[in-house]
Design a protein around this ligand. Structure first.
Ligand SMILES: Cc1cc2nc3c(=O)[nH]c(=O)nc-3n(C[C@H](O)[C@H](O)[C@H](O)COP(=O)(O)OP(=O)(O)OC[C@H]3O[C@@H](n4cnc5c(N)ncnc54)[C@H](O)[C@@H]3O)c2cc1C
Ligand code: SF4
Length: 489
């Protein structure tokens, strides 16, 4: 423990944001990494708890008190080693993780929790700046071949672990870039894509082969899901050519809103807006959807919805309203009831603060209203109330608001089924790939040698869970191929 009285002496120091007027003029990251001094002070606040709840609250079980202490002492390189021992990509999580570790921090019971995520961000950014992040190719090759379908954080983490264990890894990706939802989906202002690309270069130097624009299985996937593939590889071919296959294909089918008027032009699934926007920023291909001067309604209150809000403000939308079906959560959580678990509380993202976002809670969309040309012009909604987990409409509360563009951001229901069918993989009750995460045969699907990790298995989730599953799945595959594994669990 760096400074025994640090938590009494120092307040939490937040990362600074560029001013709104400035950041709305571009799509670049606007969060400024902590200075060395601020990171040191933040590290000094850690109490090195006997039972570090932060470590348990973190899905990759980051060894947080150790790197807090190392940063306090100025030993950044060792802090980086500790950080990398549990997390392949702290540069992703240090930027976009919701930080369940901070919700679990003991200091958070009666004060502001340690700014764990900002310290993680500072460690990994310094690591790259100092040239400490280097490829770690395996000394001995095993001669075993592993195919990974999908290059999101789950696929990337599995690929890096397996390559470092000496296996020949090929990642197949139907998009024109690597990164899954991090590459196309999450806007650049939350995660600059160079952060992914430098990891890809590191992994290529470790022997991983990336094949973009290659779809595995059926090339005819549902409309609206990104597919840049110019080449198809069958499931049978992969099973024949590789000793093991990992499905890390995400959960790409969006939840729809089948109300009257859904067919009007201007009503889109969120990623129909966000992916072309990523392509515009990264590849110069104009986004066919432009909401400049338009009244935008975002339906759904999570990360995806928030990214639509921030992107709409950058386009110059006339107004942005966000709907959420659930009632407004409390401004402050009840710590006595929730700690150390993830609390239900009002979350206001940086995107919400980039304009006068009108947030409507406990409302349900009833209908989209269109004009003679088939363009959406308005939206009809009703207020709802919740009792004993059941929702009912409030009589007489119907209202209408102008809407020139609506983005459906209500989550994702399951992976594209035809991929799982192509491998003959059994599905669970929610149509995700069925596989357990513990014990013998963990991460293995119903088909021998075919594994599943990340959103394709657990359903729509978080980057940090995808990294955890990719790492654990890599160990399971290594054990399957070699009979034993030294990869961490
Ligand atoms: C807009 C948005 C914002 C988000 N913001 C956050 C956030 O701030 N913080 C956070 O923690 N999480 C966030 N998430 C969730 C997070 O991005 C996902 O949980 C995570 O990316 C899942 O990782 P994955 O590797 O399992 O799958 P994905 O990232 O979905 O990657 C799967 C990849 O597989 C490819 N693929 C699928 N089928 C095939 C096939 N047949 N052949 C070849 N390739 C295929 C896909 O093209 C895709 O690239 C967000 C999600 C969205 C949509
Ligand atoms: S719970 Fe908070 S104070 Fe305790 S070890 Fe973890 S970061 Fe430090």
């Amino acid at each position: 423990m760096g400074k025994p009285t640090g938590f009494l002496e120092f307040d939490r120091r937040e990362e600074a944001y560029a001013p709104v007027e400035e950041r709305l003029t571009h799509y670049k990251e606007f969060v400024q990494t902590l200075s060395d001094e601020d990171a040191k002070v933040q590290g000094a606040r850690c109490m090195d708890c006997g039972i570090p709840f932060c470590n348990n609250g973190c899905p990759v079980n980051n060894i947080i008190p150790d790197w807090n202490d190392l940063v306090y002492r100025g030993n950044w390189q060792q802090a980086l080693e500790v950080l990398h021992s549990t997390n392949n990509f702290p540069d992703f999580t240090g930027r976009i993780c919701p930080a369940p570790c901070e919700a679990a921090c003991t200091l958070g019971i009666n004060a502001a929790p340690v700014g764990i995520k900002s310290i993680e961000h500072a460690i990994i950014d310094k690591g790259w700046e100092m040239g400490w992040v280097q490829p770690q190719p395996a000394d001995v090759k095993t001669g075993k071949k592993v195919a990974i379908v999908g290059s999101g954080p789950a696929g990337m983490a599995a690929a890096q672990q397996l390559a470092r264990a000496g296996h020949a890894v090929t990642v197949f990706e139907k998009s024109s870039r690597i990164g899954g939802l991090l590459g196309f989906g999450i806007p650049d202002f939350k995660l600059n894509k160079s952060v992914i690309d430098r990891r890809v270069a590191q992994m290529e130097a470790e022997g991983v082969v990336f094949k973009t624009k290659v779809i595995v299985g059926d090339k005819n996937i549902p409309a609206g899901i990104n597919n840049d593939a110019t080449e198809t590889v069958s499931a049978a071919q992969l099973k024949q050519d590789f000793d093991a296959v990992i499905l890390a294909a995400g959960s790409e089918v969006p939840r729809d809103l089948p109300v009257p008027g859904r067919q009007f032009k201007g009503v889109y699934a969120a990623l129909e807006f966000l992916i072309p926007q990523n392509k515009e920023v990264q590849q110069g291909i104009t986004n066919p959807i432009n909401v400049k001067g338009k009244h935008v309604v975002v339906i759904g209150g999570g990360d995806t919805g928030s990214d639509c809000v921030g992107t709409s403000y950058r386009h110059g939308a006339a107004s942005v309203t966000q709907f959420e079906l659930m009632p407004a959560p409390p401004e402050q959580e009840n710590k006595a009831l929730t700690w150390p678990y993830w609390p239900l509380k009002m979350r206001t993202s940086s995107s919400h603060k980039e304009g006068e976002t009108k947030r409507e809670f406990a409302v349900a969309t009833k209908e989209f209203v269109g004009d003679a040309q088939g363009n959406v012009k308005a939206l009809k909604a009703v207020r709802v109330e919740w009792k004993d987990g059941k929702m009912s409409e409030v009589a007489g509360s119907e209202f209408e608001l102008p809407c020139d563009a609506a983005f459906l951001a209500m989550g994702f229901v399951n992976p594209v089924g035809s991929l799982l069918d192509a491998f003959g993989v059994e599905k669970d009750a929610r149509n995700s790939a069925k596989a357990t995460t513990d014990g013998e045969g963990c991460y293995q699907t119903s088909v021998a040698g075919v594994y599943a990790a990340g959103d394709v298995r657990r359903g729509q989730s978080l980057v940090v869970w995808a990294i955890r599953e990719g790492r654990q799945c890599a160990r399971a595959v290594d054990e399957f191929l070699m009979g034993a594994s030294v990869l961490p669990r």
